[in-house]
Design a protein around this ligand. Structure first.
Ligand code: SAH
Ligand code: SF4
Length: 374
């Protein structure tokens, strides 16, 4: 079976090359071809010795997940659906803005953490993505956006691990992908422009601080353990006091001097004035910013989006309390690419698309997913 070179960061590729009797600079050369130029044909890697090219062609491949669909929204948001095998599909969303282009990348097919308001969580867990499947989303998007080869015209300037799945529950495959995002021989992004979003897996936050400290976003969503236990069930394992302490520890290593707290605004659930005031108290020792996310509905979610005026009022309390607070614009609505809409509808779509591509019809084995889709 051939080795997929997208599974290796620089260290891994150097070690694999060494096993083949090849020098480290050869690994760097090939890394640049793959990730900077978007090349998957070894024969085209013209400055690599012909004998090595021939050897690679027999032993290895550059195999990103195949694109199932690529859709452009009216507001410029572009959504890719990638086939990760066994009837699973994951999504990647490109969000262009004036001063940057952000790629929202998935880390798992499904998610095991079952946050109450998240359609990915409702569909259940399928499996971890491999390093190749994580970095392959960036590789493919770069290619589709025509931004390979010239770093000065980088179209994707930021990457956020905010697609499907909990990145820190897939730590071992995530870290080499992060290394590649940062590597000057690959994507060369600064640590501040790569953000991991987590629901708060405390031990993995500490490991990330050691292994690859990038910007961190923490999905908070509630000011008290009572409410967070219900909305974000992992809170029962790592309650708020532990989470806040982990945030403080992370900041010692972090490339930015604040944590971003994400807070989905659920009408009548977590959006009262008292909740905002309780948040101010909760985060009093953690330098942070808040990003309020208007809830994106999906079928049978059981939640409603907070009215805009409520969100404004909630934000004002946080701002008056001295915390920089932004409210996320909902983008990509028309192509179901908004936060948290990814999975539920995707399941429907991927079934349609997948069917037409000749695969079997069911995209997950999750009973919850099946229920939602009907
Ligand atoms: N598992 C990680 C990253 C993926 S989710 C995490 O939970 O942080 C990315 C963000 O979208 C999280 O803050 C998540 O809580 C939020 N989100 C999930 N479902 C949502 C929905 N229906 N509407 C708005 N935001 C949602
Ligand atoms: Fe998983 Fe994040 Fe969704 Fe929670 S919000 S179920 S952790 S993807």
């Amino acid at each position: 079976m051939s080795v997929n070179l997208l599974d290796f960061d620089a260290e891994g590729l150097t070690a694999w090359f060494a096993q083949q009797g090849e020098k480290p600079f050869r690994a760097r050369q090939v890394l640049r071809w793959i990730h900077q130029r978007g090349e998957c044909d070894f024969n085209a890697m013209t400055d690599v010795a012909k004998s090595l090219r021939e050897k690679l062609a027999t032993m290895a491949a550059v195999s990103p997940p195949p694109t199932i669909s690529d859709r452009l929204s009216d507001d410029g948001t572009r959504k890719f659906l990638f086939d990760v095998g066994n009837r699973n599909a994951v999504e990647t969303v490109f969000i262009p803005e004036d001063d940057r282009g952000t790629l929202c990348v998935s880390s798992q097919a499904g998610c095991a953490l079952e946050c109450a308001f998240c359609s990915t969580g409702r569909q259940g867990f399928n499996r971890n993505l491999s390093t190749a499947e994580i970095i392959g989303q960036l590789w493919q998007a770069n290619r589709a956006l025509g931004s390979h080869s010239d770093a000065s015209e980088r179209i994707i300037s930021n990457v956020v691990l905010m697609g499907m799945g909990e990145p820190l529950a897939n730590f071992d495959n995530l870290v080499p992908a992060l290394h590649l995002m940062l590597d000057d021989n690959a994507y060369g992004l600064s640590r501040r422009r790569v953000t991991v979003s987590t629901s708060g897996i405390v031990p993995a936050m500490d490991r990330l601080a050691e292994a690859c400290p990038v910007a961190l976003a923490v999905s908070l969503h509630a000011p008290t353990d009572g409410l967070r236990d219900k909305l974000v069930p992992i809170n029962r394992k790592y309650p708020l006091a532990e989470l806040m302490a982990a945030c403080s520890r992370y900041l010692v290593h972090a490339p930015r001097d604040f944590i971003t707290f994400e807070y989905v605004m659920l009408d009548g659930v977590n959006d009262r004035d008292a909740d905002a005031r309780a948040l101010l108290h909760l985060v009093r020792d953690v330098p942070c910013k808040f990003n309020l996310i208007p809830f994106n509905p999906f079928p049978a979610s059981g939640f409603r989006r907070s009215p805009a005026e409520r969100v404004r009022r909630f934000a004002a309390i946080l701002i008056n309390g001295g915390i920089v607070t932004t409210t996320r614009k909902t983008r990509g609505d028309d192509i179901d690419a908004a936060c948290g809409q990814l999975a539920g509808k995707v399941q429907d779509k991927s079934r349609r698309v997948v069917r037409s591509a000749g695969f079997a019809t069911e995209s997950t084995g999750s009973p919850a997913g099946v229920e939602l889709r009907s």
